[in-house]
Ligand binder design. Sequence first.
Ligand SMILES: [Mg+2]
Length: 163
Amino acid sequence: MLFHSGEGLRGDTGRPVLYLDIDDTLLTWAAGYPAAARGAREFVVWALECFQIRWLSTWCPTGEMPDSLLHDLARMLDVDPARLRSIRSFDWDATESKLNGIAWLEHVVLNRPFLWVEDEYGVGDAERQFLASHGFLSAYRHCNVTKDADSLIRLHHTLLRSF
Ligand SMILES: [Mg+2]
């Protein structure tokens, strides 16, 4: 389903939305297993204050992250699991484009601003073309901490100037 209504996510509409990938974005796979990227803890703690975070990751395809994964992620990021539990997403089809996990009605019709932090695997030509054709290309912020260990730190510094 491409057009989510944002149903069930009301009550937190004052902040921009941050669609946030996990693998290669918060977690580096440079050593062959997942580990917190440089600056990942600081980024998440900051983003929890500034944005309504929504996972856009195969870690959480049903809207709510399974408890075991949530604890794994919290341990790696060194963040209290209770803080991560407040993060929701949508029930989206993880076999198709991640565009399906974005609440387009909320952003296109209601003009709620959003960012999408994602590696290049989640945003290919089709996704770029869609974002560009709807005027949202600047909402996409590339990050791949497996290929470039400091990419999340640099992104954080850039975002700090605007948020
Ligand atoms: Mg990823």
